[in-house]
Design a protein around this ligand. Structure first.
Ligand code: RRO
Length: 310
């Protein structure tokens, strides 16, 4: 049994690929993902200029989940454009996560990507780790202004990577924007920003980054991200927008939970840090075994069926 999916007319052989995170920055990282069972190669969020990122240690794995303040390290858009022909040889979709530091920067990157063989763009509205820069995904007016400008670049479809929302009203507002701009997919969700994990051995934050604060990921994020997927699924049910679930997918069962909540696919980052790129094959194999045990042939048969009351 093998499951496939599609986003904006791009086909994926599998349901799981890497989230734009700390292990998809260099050409070596990206080729390693190409050689794995990841269903796509998702590039670390790109800025116009190369960035070194924050001071180390910028990520840590703890028993409750991961935390990071890597600070948007990347090689700059020109370097990634040069890598595209090589990355295409892995014959899987190439996704460019874009996180320009201004509307103009996002336009510059979008414009340059239009003439490449990149399949999709994931516009990151939710990096929590840039000092002094608001997360655009929490500012609906700014999101509308940005999307109005980026919609003019229409050769490569783009979706949105969203922050976690803790109030359903905010999900409704963002869902209205997604409908208004006919966004083909949302990645739900980025880390929960500005968390603090203290090391009991040192009494200090486990990361340096942005004053010791960072984005919470992995198992600790899963219930929140799952709730976000469930709420967006309800809000977008009558549209063509697909949902990628992110947050604490570490097993086939976790991926299955996201499908129950309404996701079409999943992304992983924290488990890659524990386990390396073997996680893609293991998690998807576990998912297939579970589907077989339950005698479910299509994800559509269970998608969005979590609610006890219906
Ligand atoms: O690079 C980062 O610090 C980072 C980014 Br761009 C993001 O979108 N989410 C995150 O947790 N870290």
């Amino acid at each position: 049994m093998n499951f496939s999916s599609s986003l904006a007319n791009t086909s994926f052989n599998g349901l799981l690929f890497n989230a734009s995170g700390p292990l998809c920055i260099t050409q070596e990282d990206l080729e390693s993902i190409g050689n794995s069972k990841s269903a796509a190669i998702n590039i670390k969020s790109i800025t116009v200029e190369p960035r070194a990122g924050n001071q180390e240690p910028f990520w840590a794995l703890t028993h409750i989940g991961g935390i990071n303040s890597v600070g948007l390290p990347n090689l700059g858009y020109k370097a990634y454009i040069q890598m595209v022909p090589k990355l295409k040889t892995f014959t899987k979709p190439i996704i460019a996560s874009v996180s320009g530091l201004s509307i103009e920067d996002n336009e510059t990157i979008f414009k340059a990507l239009q003439d490449t063989e990149i399949d999709l763009i994931e516009l990151n509205t939710a990096c929590p780790n840039i000092e002094g820069k608001a997360m655009i995904g929490y500012d609906f007016e700014q999101t509308r202004a940005l999307l109005t400008r980026l919609k003019l670049f229409n050769k490569i479809p783009f979706g949105l990577k969203l922050p976690p929302y803790l109030d359903p009203i905010l999900i409704q507002e963002m869902a209205e924007i997604v409908k208004e701009f006919e966004i083909p997919f949302i990645s739900c969700c980025n880390t929960a920003g500005n968390a603090l994990i203290i090391d009991p051995l040192t009494d200090r934050s486990v990361i340096k980054g942005k004053d010791g604060l960072g984005g919470l990921s992995g198992a600790a994020l899963k219930p929140i991200a799952l709730g976000n997927v469930a709420m967006f699924y309800r809000a977008l049910k009558d549209t063509n927008t697909k949902i990628i679930g992110i947050g604490g997918i570490e097993s086939g069962r976790d991926l299955y939970d996201y499908i129950l909540a309404g996701a079409d696919m999943g992304q992983v980052a924290t488990v890659m840090m524990h386990e390396g790129n073997g996680c893609f094959e293991r998690i998807q194999t576990e998912f297939c075994i579970l589907m077989k045990e339950k005698n479910i042939r299509k994800i559509e048969d269970i998608q969005g069926s979590w609610d006890l009351s219906i």
